[in-house]
Design a binder for this molecule. Structure first.
Ligand SMILES: Cc1cc2nc3c(=O)[nH]c(=O)nc-3n(C[C@H](O)[C@H](O)[C@H](O)COP(=O)(O)OP(=O)(O)OC[C@H]3O[C@@H](n4cnc5c(N)ncnc54)[C@H](O)[C@@H]3O)c2cc1C
Length: 386
C-alpha cells in the first residue's frame, strides 16, 4: 500500500472516531467549562470509552517504533491524524503523545525505553515536560533550575511554571542546568518520577479556556544517577526535537480547527438571510470563506512539506517556526470570522467556536510565542548568528 493510500485510510478511521465519539461529547464538554460548573471536562466513563474505542480501532502507538508494539507511521500520516482530531474542542490524545516519545526514542537508554517508553506507548503512563521557569519561557536558555551530582544521585533545585499535565504525569522530563556554563551549555534533561520527595506541585494555575497548568518546585529533589535522559550538558538538541514535533503537530491541529470554523461559517451563511439576502451572497463573508480556504490549503502544503522533510531526516527548524506562526494565527482568525458570521450565536458558549478559538489562542503562546518564532525565521533569512 502506498503512503498516500495508507494515510487516506487512517484519516478516514480517525475522522469517523471524531464524528462518532468526540463531537457528540461537545455539549457535555462545553457545559463543564462554564464558570460555575464543577463537572469534569470529560467523565471517567467517557474517557474510558474513548480509550477502548480508539484502541479497538488500532489508533494507539501510531508513530511508535514497531519493535515496541507501534506502527511506525510516517509524519505525513500523523499530520492527517492530528488534522482530524483538531476538528473538535474535546481534548483527547491517542497514546502516546508524540513529542516526549520522540525525545525518549532519540536519546533514551535501553533501560529508560523499557521502563518509560514501553508503558508510555501502551497508554499506561502519562508524561509531562518542564522547561519554562518564571524568568525563562520564550527564552529557555535563561533557565536557572540546577542539577548537582552527589554520589550516585542527582540533586535538583529550582522552579518551573506553566507545566501542562504536571499532576497527572507518571514522570516528568525536567530540563536543568549542570555546571556553570552560560546559555545553552550545561542544559541537561532528567526523568523525575511522580511522588519523588522534593518534587512539589505548588499550585494549579487556571488558564484560558478552562484549562490548567502547574507551578512546580524542586527542593533538594534526589533522583538516581541514571535519570539523565541523553548526555549531560547536551539536552538542548533533544529538547528542540521535542518542540519541533509538537510545532508540526500544532500545524495540523490548527488546520482541523480552521476547517471546523469554516464549515460552521458556511453552513450558517447559506441559511441566514439579512436584509433579504443570504449572508453567503455578501462579499464580506465570501472573502472570509476564500481567505480561510486559501490559508488552509497553504498550511496543509507547509505541513506536508515539513512532514516529508522530517521523514527524510532533514532539519525542519525554520519550517517548524513558520508553521507555528502561520497555523496558529490562521486558526485563531478563522474562528473569529466564523464567530462574527454567526452573530450573537457566535458569542455563545453553547457551540464549540469559542472553545476552538481559545485552543488556538493558547497555541499562539505555548511552544514559543509567535514573536520569538518570527525572530528566529528572520534571523535565519538575514543570516544573523545565534
Ligand atoms: C497553555 C500553556 C501550556 C504550557 N505548557 C508548558 C509545558 O508543559 N511545559 C513548559 O515547559 N512550558 C509550558 N508553557 C510555557 C510556554 O512555553 C511559555 O509560556 C512560552 O514559551 C512563553 O514564555 P513566557 O510566558 O515566559 O513569555 P516571555 O518569554 O516572557 O514572553 C512574553 C512576550 O514577550 C514577547 N517577546 C518575547 N521574546 C520576544 C522576542 N525575542 N521578540 C519579540 N517579542 C518577544 C512576546 O510577545 C511574548 O509573548 C505553556 C504555556 C501555556 C500558555
Amino acid at each position: 500500500m502506498s503512503t498516500d493510500e495508507e494515510t487516506g485510510m487512517i484519516r478516514e478511521t480517525v475522522a469517523k472516531f471524531v464524528d462518532r465519539e468526540l463531537i457528540p461529547l461537545e455539549p457535555h464538554y462545553l457545559k463543564s467549562k462554564l464558570p460555575c460548573s464543577d463537572h469534569p471536562h470529560v467523565t471517567v466513563e467517557q474517557k474510558e470509552r474513548l480509550r477502548t474505542v480508539s484502541k479497538d480501532l488500532g489508533l494507539w502507538g501510531l508513530d511508535a517504533p514497531e519493535d515496541l508494539g507501534g506502527h511506525d507511521l510516517p509524519t505525513r500520516t500523523m499530520a492527517a491524524v492530528h488534522e482530524e482530531l483538531g476538528r473538535t474542542c474535546v481534548p483527547f490524545i491517542l497514546p502516546p503523545d508524540s513529542p516526549n516519545l520522540r525525545m525518549l526514542q532519540a536519546v533514551g537508554t535501553e533501560g529508560q525505553k523499557r521502563k518509560y517508553m514501553q508503558p508510555y506507548i501502551e497508554g499506561r503512563m502519562v508524561s509531562a515536560i518542564a522547561i519554562s521557569e518564571p524568568g525563562a519561557g520564550g527564552d529557555p536558555a535563561g533557565m536557572k533550575t540546577r542539577a548537582v551530582q552527589e554520589g550516585d544521585q542527582w540533586v535538583l533545585n529550582g522552579r518551573k511554571i506553566w507545566i501542562t499535565n504536571a499532576r497527572a504525569a507518571d514522570f516528568i522530563i525536567v530540563m536543568a542546568r549542570v555546571g556553570n556554563d552560560a546559555r545553552q551549555g550545561g542544559i541537561t534533561s532528567f526523568i523525575v518520577e511522580k511522588g519523588t520527595p522534593g518534587f512539589i506541585i505548588e499550585r494549579e494555575i487556571p488558564m484560558l479556556g478552562g484549562e490548567s497548568t502547574y507551578e512546580i518546585v524542586f527542593e533538594d529533589c534526589r533522583i538516581p544517577k541514571d535519570s539523565v535522559l541523553g548526555e549531560i550538558g547536551k539536552g538542548y538538541a533533544p529538547m528542540q526535537l521535542r518542540l519541533r514535533t509538537r510545532r508540526l503537530e500544532m500545524g495540523s491541529t490548527c488546520i482541523g480547527i480552521a476547517r471546523r470554523a469554516l464549515d460552521m461559517l458556511c453552513e450558517h451563511a447559506m441559511q441566514r438571510e439579512t436584509f433579504g439576502v443570504k449572508l453567503a451572497e455578501r462579499q464580506a463573508i465570501q472573502w472570509w470563506v476564500a481567505d480561510i480556504s486559501t490559508r488552509i490549503h497553504a498550511c496543509r502544503l507547509m505541513v506536508r512539506d515539513a512532514a516529508d522533510k522530517t521523514d527524510r531526516g532533514e532539519d525542519i527548524k525554520r519550517e517548524a517556526s513558520m508553521i507555528k506562526v502561520f497555523a496558529t494565527e490562521m486558526a485563531y482568525e478563522a474562528c473569529d470570522h466564523a464567530m462574527q458570521t454567526l452573530g450573537a450565536l457566535g458569542m455563545t458558549l453553547e457551540i464549540p467556536l469559542n472553545a476552538l478559538s481559545q485552543k488556538a489562542r493558547l497555541m499562539r503562546m505555548y511552544e514559543g510565542p509567535s514573536e520569538v518564532h518570527r525572530q528566529a525565521i528572520a534571523r535565519r533569512v538575514l543570516g544573523l548568528r545565534g
